[in-house]
Design a protein around this ligand. Structure first.
Ligand code: PTJ
Length: 265
């Protein structure tokens, strides 16, 4: 059910529609209340980035694609925010990369796993790990409900894709020796800093790019894929991204663009 009518010509139409998806996600038990706050924080960083994919994000995406393809047990972790924003892309990425889908929530409230499972099944998912008693393994390095994972999924995974994640879990997964790939618009978050590969981009732009990158490099030899991974440097990515943000803010400040009527609203 749509609450508002948003004119296409509204300068922030896309952002307003996405907010609508998120608030409806709360009503249907998919998105946690805290997910709205997380979304707002992401929007703020996207503003600073200019709402565009940057060259360092593209580099991180290629490294992420190669890492997924080289993995023996890759798992894509699904939370409420990503289930609301891009469920079809998760199913497509799982298919093209051979990764498994696991639902793993920070806020494990009654009915949420089932609501998210339905969203994924509606867009074509067949196997979904981590639901109910299936999350029977425990990761001691993690201090939240997220420690409960599927023994066939995150528990035995060598590579875990955990976008829009909280810092504790990323740190816990890294401590366990897993390679962690994330998508996070905040390059200063603990997750962004702890992960092996951080794509600093909006998940809605990052997922289609990641799917097409996996498809593009899928036929490369393992040796070539390994070269891509070993030549990748995540601290360089984070540093280059912060420089892009700083330069953009400096340019805006110099010209006073923010005062003009056509500036970001
Ligand atoms: O569904 P649950 O219960 O598992 O909970 C999910 C949330 C997102 C609430 C939980 O993981 C959480 O609290 O995450 P944090 O610690 O708020 O971290 C989320 C990060 O994602 C923040 O750094 C945001 O800036 C970033 N973010 C938010 N929206 C987007 C985003 N990054 C990329 N694309 C977005 N659309």
């Amino acid at each position: 059910m749509s609450h508002f009518h948003v004119e296409d010509k509204h300068p922030r139409a896309a952002s307003i529609r996405t907010r609508e998806i998120m608030t409806q996600g709360v009503e249907s038990n998919i998105v946690a209340m805290a997910g709205l706050i997380a979304h707002g924080r992401g929007e703020a960083f996207d503003y600073v980035l200019g709402e565009k994919t940057t060259p360092p994000a593209e580099k991180a995406t290629t490294a992420a694609a190669a890492t997924l393809l080289l993995a023996e047990h890759p798992v894509l972790s699904v939370n409420g925010n990503v289930a609301a924003l891009c469920p079809g892309d998760f199913v497509a990425l799982a298919r093209v990369s051979g990764a498994k889908l696991e639902i793993n929530l920070f806020h494990r409230l009654p009915g949420r796993e089932e609501a998210i499972e339905k969203v994924l099944r509606d867009v074509g998912a067949t196997e979904i790990l981590g639901i109910g008693d299936a999350a029977s393994a425990r990761i001691d390095e993690i201090f939240s409900d997220r420690r409960r994972v599927d023994p066939e999924g995150i528990y035995k995974a060598d590579v875990v894709f955990v976008p829009l994640e909280d810092g504790d879990r990323t740190e816990g997964l890294v401590k366990m020796g897993k390679r962690v790939i994330t998508v996070d618009l905040n390059p200063m978050s603990r997750t962004a800093q702890y992960a092996d590969i951080t794509i600093v981009d909006n998940i809605t732009r990052a997922m289609p790019l990641l799917i097409s990158e996996v498809t593009r490099i899928k036929k490369m030899s393992d040796e070539r894929l390994r070269e891509i991974v070993t030549s990748y440097d995540n601290s360089e990515t984070l540093s280059d991204t912060l420089t892009i943000m700083k330069n953009r803010l400096e340019r805006l400040a110099e010209k006073g663009v923010f005062l003009k009527p056509n500036a970001n609203q």
